[in-house]
Write a new protein. Structure first.
Ligand SMILES: *Cc1c(COP(=O)(O)O)cnc(C)c1O
Length: 478
């Protein structure tokens, strides 16, 4: 009973007073081992916010504290919130879409050797810019320059942050304040706001468009050349194809024209094939070596498209031109980091043996997988799911032929035949199931076709099958 002199507490105040104090809760957090397991300020923040949620309900719903507050639910909510907050935001996902070079999903998964080399180099000091023989400073591409020259037949090479950066650097270093001649058929937008007309302007050069959208002749290039012309730029149209009445001069003709006038030919190759993939039934994209052999002075390409390596912009070509790029101030701004160089070196070493490269580099392995192999994988995936879910009758599974895509703006018209595992759960909308798969701690990204979830085994690693089987069990129990 309150003493007479004390003001009577309102019912609400006395109910709120039953809630534990923050200090008390922080001691409890310590007793429960949340401290020092989690950062102190974060524990404090989440304890307060959890407490506020309960307080708001005590006020809003006129409930008793004991109806709302139980130590077990309180602490399990706090612990879950702490774990969620500290879980990695950038994390692995399973790519079941069949799009091999999926830019939104990180493009190329790296070869095991590359992952090992990145781990080996990044947790310690390294000889990134240090010559161990002389004990003096060196430059950072030495670990890959000779390899790139060997694989491409070029005299010199360098690497920057990505291919968009490589093109910008080449234009800035070779054409600043002068003219760049480009065919109207190659003034493309690659995606992610990389557009050739704009990148030329950004590089400080003046764009001289020549020809028509569908056809450009050698004489169009020749007519555009004047004393202000710095380079003839060729661009791989990547995610876009011209069909029908079309034509571009042969690269050799363009090179001969450039030589006649003392003008360099630069080519943005986009994907940059180091292997001839024709043997695997893929389209005959020229390899970097073939482009170099045709006399192009400088070539740029991505590290994470058909090369299957880390994000990088690779430049190979004439020594004097590469030297100009290396010395340009923009090169410092586009500098490549040690982890990328470590990974790139390992991937390039895989290409020294073309036969094993296709086995070791996941992107190439996925692109060259045979239909028989894909069918077998689809069957194995089905088997893994059926075994795990003990043939639950709500789960419907069927294997169907379908097509995968190369992605990454490479080979846009190419259909890669595949066999997919299609899945449905009786009574559940596939949109809901798809959303659930994305929201798991180990997310799975799938396509929906005609209300079926589609798993394309081309882009799924076989060691991910058990995880997919577990996820299917979760879907059935949703
Ligand atoms: C992909 C592509 C680029 C951009 O390369 P990133 O490595 O993504 O910066 C530039 N040019 C062409 C022709 C491309 O295909």
């Amino acid at each position: 009973m309150p003493k007479k002199s004390e003001p009577q507490k309102s019912d609400l105040q006395s109910r709120l007073a039953e809630l534990p104090a923050v200090d008390e809760l922080l001691h409890e957090a310590f007793r429960r081992g949340l401290l020092p397991r989690f950062p102190r300020t974060l524990v404090g923040e989440l304890v307060r916010s959890q407490l506020k949620t309960i307080k708001d309900r005590v006020v809003g719903e006129s409930l008793q504290v004991k109806e709302l507050f139980s130590a077990e639910t309180f602490w399990s909510a706090v612990e879950t919130a702490l774990e969620e907050f500290l879980a990695a935001n950038l994390k692995p996902v399973i790519n079941a879409t069949g799009v091999v070079i999926h830019t939104n999903l990180g493009r190329s998964p790296l070869a095991a050797a590359a992952v090992e080399q990145i781990a080996a180099v990044s947790g310690r000091y390294s000889n990134l810019e240090y010559d161990l023989e002389t004990g003096s400073r060196s430059i950072r591409y030495v670990n890959v320059e000779a390899l790139l020259c060997r694989l491409s037949g070029a005299e010199a090479a360098m690497v920057v942050n990505n291919n968009a950066g490589a093109v910008l650097l080449a234009l800035s270093a070779l054409a600043d304040g002068r003219e760049v001649v480009v065919s109207r058929g190659e003034l493309v937008e690659i995606g992610g706001a990389f557009r050739i007309p704009e990148i030329v302007v950004q590089g400080g050069a003046l764009l001289r468009e020549v020809g028509a959208t569908n056809r450009t002749h050698l004489k169009d290039y020749e007519a555009a050349i004047n004393e202000e012309t710095a380079i003839l730029l060729k661009v791989h149209t990547s995610n876009y194809r011209l069909m029908g009445f079309t034509g571009q001069p042969e690269v050799r003709e363009l090179v001969a024209l450039g030589r006649k006038h003392g003008i360099s030919v630069v080519e943005d190759l986009g994907s940059g094939n180091l292997l001839d993939l024709k043997a695997y039934g893929l389209p005959g994209e020229p390899t970097v070596r073939e482009v170099m052999a045709s006399g192009v002075d400088l070539v740029t390409f991505s590290g994470d498209k058909l090369l299957g390596g880390p994000q990088a912009g690779i430049v190979v070509g004439r020594r004097d031109l590469v030297e100009k790029l290396k010395k340009h101030p923009l090169n410092r701004a586009l500098r490549i980091d040690k982890m990328t160089l470590a990974g790139l070196e390992a991937v390039l070493k895989c290409f020294l043996d073309p036969l094993t490269a296709v086995e070791k580099i996941p992107t190439l392995k996925m692109l060259t997988m045979t239909e028989a192999e894909l069918k077998k994988r689809a069957q194995n995936l089905r088997r893994a799911i059926v075994r795990h879910c003990q043939a639950d009758t709500r789960l419907e599974l069927k294997i169907e032929s379908s097509t995968s895509r190369a992605g990454g703006g490479t080979m846009p018209m190419v259909e890669l035949p595949t066999f997919c595992l299609n899945l449905r759960v009786a009574g559940q909308s596939s949109a809901l199931l798809e959303k659930y798969l994305r929201s798991r701690p180990f997310p799975i990204v799938v396509r929906i076709v005609d209300d079926w979830l589609v798993f394309d085994p081309r882009t799924i690693f076989t060691d991910e099958f058990p995880e997919i089987a577990r996820a299917c069990q979760e879907l059935v129990n949703l």
